[in-house]
Design a protein around this ligand. Sequence first.
Ligand SMILES: CC(C)(COP(=O)(O)OP(=O)(O)OC[C@H]1O[C@@H](n2cnc3c(N)ncnc32)[C@H](O)[C@@H]1OP(=O)(O)O)[C@@H](O)C(=O)NCCC(=O)NCCS
Length: 193
Amino acid sequence: MDGTVWGDIIGIRPLRPTDAATLRRMLADPEVANLLYEELGGEVPSTLLLATGILANRLARRPDFGIVERYGRLIGSVRLWRLSACNRSAMLTIYIGAKDQWGRGRGTDALRLALRHAFGSMGLNRVELHVFAFNTRAIRSYEKVGFRHEGARREALVRHGRHYDVLVMGILRDEFFAREVERASNTAKETKA
Ligand SMILES: CC(C)(COP(=O)(O)OP(=O)(O)OC[C@H]1O[C@@H](n2cnc3c(N)ncnc32)[C@H](O)[C@@H]1OP(=O)(O)O)[C@@H](O)C(=O)NCCC(=O)NCCS
């Protein structure tokens, strides 16, 4: 058993130090990095080109999740970070580095699994994320699992000489589980029909 929890399409499992090289390759892709990092200006920053060993050490200390296909290929990562025990909150970051897998439901599936973990076994009450206003695919995916728009850090980002807002989105435990119940009941109705 490697600790994989399965969703409808993909699974998530704790990352292992041996995954570091694959992740580093994904994060070094300018198209991916452009959607993830504020301090970038369209270039891959030198911090992304960390020695694989450094990233491997980080993963060994804090098990982030890898997103895996049924046959085991690692296609991305979802992680909960800036954990606050007293506020029962965390930030979430997700990416699928295998670009041929974008827009095929994998991200939404991984988000649901990560939120089940956050609000279930981790006992959190709130998960927050930041997303660039032009990243409409990501925003749609976040809305689908129940993240709400909470505000914007206006013109916090510059890309190719233009300013963009960075949107703040959040979801609470009760909102997530209410959606999960609704989703299960819709699936049950569809199965009966
Ligand atoms: C963001 C990300 C995790 C979403 O995962 P995904 O598997 O691609 O997304 P999904 O297929 O689950 O859902 C995407 C939704 O947006 C829609 N969509 C796809 N492309 C779109 C686009 N260009 N504009 C708007 N909506 C789009 C899809 O139709 C789908 O909605 P629907 O099911 O209602 O039709 C993934 O695209 C990714 O890793 N992108 C690169 C890194 C990134 O942007 N990370 C997030 C940083 S905040």
